[in-house]
Design a protein around this ligand. Sequence first.
Ligand code: NAP
Ligand code: GLV
Length: 309
Amino acid sequence: MSLLFLAPELNARSWVKHLRRQDPDLDLRIWPDAGPPDEVLFVLSWKHPLGVMKQFPRLKCIASLGFGVDHILRDPDLPTGVPVTRIVDAAMVAAMSTYVLTAVLTHTRQFDHYRQDQTRKTWKPRTPKQPSDVRVGVMGLGHLGLDAARMLRALDFQVFGWSRTAKSIEGVTSFSGDEGLADFLSRSDILICLLPLTPATHGILNRQTLSKLPAGAYLINVARGEHLVEEDLLAAVEGGRLAGACLDVFRQEPLPESHPFWCHPQVTVTPHVASLTYPKDVAPQIIANYHRVRAGQPPQQVVDLKRGY
Ligand code: NAP
Ligand code: GLV
C-alpha cells in the first residue's frame, strides 16, 4: 500500500530523498502518477486539487505537509472518517519565532525609517520605545503563538495573548473567546496573528477589529491571508490609524504584481516564508505515521475536524 505525494506546487525531489531515507522500501507515488487508486493508503498533501481524495477507496490518512490544514479542509469532497494530520516540529516553531521577533524589532527599532533616511543621507537619531513600554498581542496561543509570546516576554515586551480557551502562561496576560477580544485588541500596540484559518477566524482582521487597536498600532500577519480583509488594512494605514504592517501571507499567493501592498512604504511583504517545512526535519514523523497506519494504528497529530485545527 502506497504513500502518495500530492503537492502539485512543490518540487518532490527533496521529499523523495528524505522519505526514502527513512524507509528505503517505501512504496512512494508522486501525483499525478498515483498508480491504481485502491493501492493508496496515505496521502501527503499541500494544496491538493479539490475532489481528488475521494478516488482512493482505501485511504486511511491525509497528512498536511505543514502546520496548517486549511488547505485540506477547504475541499468539500474529503472522504468521511479519514483522519487528517499535521506537522508539529520544533525547528519550525523556532523559525516562526525568529521571524516574529525580527518583524517586531524592525518596527520598534525603526529600521524602515533609517533605511529611508539612508537613501537621503539623513542623520536623524530617533529614541525607540523600550520593550517594557510596548504591548504586543499574540492571537493564537498554540504551538507557534505560545513560543513567540515567550520569546517576546524574554525580551521584556508586555505580552498579551488571545485564544479560544483560557490559558495560564507565566508573564503573559491571557484573554479568550469573543468576550475577551475587544479588551485584548485595545492593549495590542503590535498585533501578531498566529491563528489557524477556520470558519470562526476567516476575515477576523477587519475594519471593526482593526479599529479597536490603539492608535498607531502595527500588524504582523504570519498565519493565513484569509484572516485579513486587505482593503480594511489599507484604509486603516492610509487613514493614519495604523502605523503599518508586516505580512507574510496573502489572499492570493503569489501576491499579484498589481497589488498595492508591493509598493506601500508602510507595508513589508515577504513571500510566505515565515516558517518553512524542511523535508529532512519532518520526514521521520511522516514515515512514523505511515507505518502506524499501515499497522492498523491511529496516526498521531490528528486535527479536530469539527474545530478545524
Ligand atoms: P495550533 O497549535 O493549532 O494553535 C492554534 C491556536 O489558535 C490555539 O491557541 C487556539 O486556541 C487558537 N484559536 C483557534 N481558533 C480560535 C478562535 N476561533 N478564537 C480564538 N483563538 C482560536 O496552531 P499553530 O501550530 O500554532 O499554527 C497556527 C497557524 O499558523 C497555522 O494554522 C498556519 O495557518 C500558520 N502557519 C503559518 C506559517 C507561515 O510560514 N506563514 C507557518 C506555519 C504555520 P485554543 O488553544 O484555545 O484551542
Ligand atoms: C505553512 O504555512 C504551514 O502551515 O506550515
